[in-house]
Structures are given as C-alpha cells and as structure tokens.
Design a binder for this molecule. Structure first.
Ligand code: CTP
Length: 220
C-alpha cells in the first residue's frame, strides 16, 4: 500500500535584521542543522520545504527552498505553509530583536554625536505563535533550544511555554557542538515526557535520529 507522503516544513539558518542599507544584526547560525534535518526528512521519503535565512552552504537536493532575510520574512513564509504541513521543525536561529527604525541609505558616522544607540524591539516568536494558535489537526511542532546553561530545565520550559510536541536542546557553551560546528550533542524532550539523549555526533547523523523520532511519533 502507498503511504501518503509526510510533509515537513523546516526552517534553517540565521535571520538578518537591517540597521541601514549596508548593515544588519545577525547571529552565528550556519544553517547546517536545519539543512541536515531537511536532508534527513527527504531521505526518509518525505516532501520537504526548507525556509532558509542567508547561509553560505548549499541546500540539500530534492527539497523546495524558500529564501528569506528577516525574522518577519521568515514568520510570513512559515505561516503561509504551516497549516499544509504535517510537521514544522524550527531549526532557524531567528533573531529575537530587530532595530526599531531602518536608517535610510547608509548611516554616516559623522552624523552621530557621542555613542550610537540602537533601539531594538522584539520580533514575533514564530513557534510560540504557531503553538498558541494550534488546533486539533495542526502540524506537529518541533523546536530547537540553544542553551549555555541549565540545558534540560530551560528546554522543557520552552517546550511548555511554546506549546510544542518536541524540543531538541543543545549545549552551545563549549567548543564542540553548536553553531559553527559540524557536530552536535542534544537532548530531545517530548510533551508526553519522552526523553532521548544523543551524544556528540555529526549533525547529519543527529538529524537522522531526530527525524526518525518525529516519524515514529507521527505514525503512532
Ligand atoms: N524561535 C522562533 N521565533 C523567534 C525566536 C525563536 O520561532 N523569534 C524558535 C527557534 O527557531 C527555536 C526556538 O524558537 O526553535 C528556540 O529559540 P531560542 O532563541 O533558543 O529561545 P527563546 O525562546 O527565544 O529564548 P531565549 O533566547 O531567551 O533563550
């Protein structure tokens, strides 16, 4: 019998929040973890859409790619597709703050007297919005948590606050694992109290384990 293809919507990479025509605020996300999730899902036979912030690595083959720049762009593109997906995996490092004002053209240093103050405002928490609005037949929601301390407590607090099904928590305080690294270790927690611990391994291998856990949950 032919199983219906499971639809994955995956976000990846950083976002960029513009200060002026040439400057922005961003973060160190490489897009490796999100891209690896997209690739693992495709290899498992799923339909995959990857919504990616600006990254320097190539997207995996065989997935639909939607390029975005800011947190607001990412929110719009995820929202437009979330209700048609079976799973939403937010692996992107979405900016939590953006400049309140966009300076027109290029900010000239001589136009600033004394220290330059950038006023920042919160961006929308995309996952929290999806979690807050979810109905009975909404997609499975999977978040990531990059933590420097109290990994498990912080991750399970995020799982509850954002009303997620799963959270993948990784420790970004050390040299190995996290943002720029090829490898990662993680703990995966579910709303039903499942807990999996993955030791330091290649992000592609970790992605495969994460996707396997999600697929098992969906097919239950
Ligand atoms: N996320 C999101 N929208 C945002 C910020 C984060 O959807 N504006 C998602 C990320 O993609 C990730 C999860 O939320 O899946 C966790 O993000 P993180 O920044 O680690 O946690 P926060 O909840 O923002 O808390 P804090 O930064 O205070 O640790």
């Amino acid at each position: 019998m032919n199983r219906k293809k499971i639809k994955f919507l995956v976000s990846s990479g950083p976002t960029r929040e513009r200060i002026d025509a040439v400057r922005f605020i961003s973060n160190r996300s490489s897009g490796r973890m999100g891209n690896a999730i997209a690739e693992a899902a495709r290899e498992a036979g799923c339909d995959v859409t990857l919504v990616s912030g600006p990254v320097s690595i190539a997207p995996p083959e065989g997935v639909e790619v939607v390029g975005v720049e800011s947190a607001a762009d990412m929110a719009r593109e995820i929202r437009a597709r979330a209700s048609g997906a079976d799973v939403v995996v937010m692996a992107a490092a979405v900016a939590d703050f953006r400049p309140v004002r966009l300076v027109e053209g290029k900010l000239k240093k001589d136009s600033v007297e004394g220290p330059l103050t950038l006023e920042l405002e919160r961006t929308e928490d995309i996952l929290e919005s999806l979690g807050g609005e979810r109905g009975a037949d909404g997609p499975l929601l999977v978040g990531f948590a990059a933590e420097m301390e109290r990994l498990e407590e912080n991750a399970s607090e995020k799982l509850r606050r954002k009303n997620l099904d799963w959270i993948v928590a990784n420790d970004v305080s050390g040299n190995e694992g996290g943002f720029a690294s090829e490898r990662n270790a993680a703990i995966m927690l579910s709303r039903d109290g499942n807990r999996m611990e993955f030791p330091l391994m290649a992000k592609r291998e970790l992605a495969k384990r994460v996707v396997d856990a999600i697929l098992l949950d969906i097919r239950r």
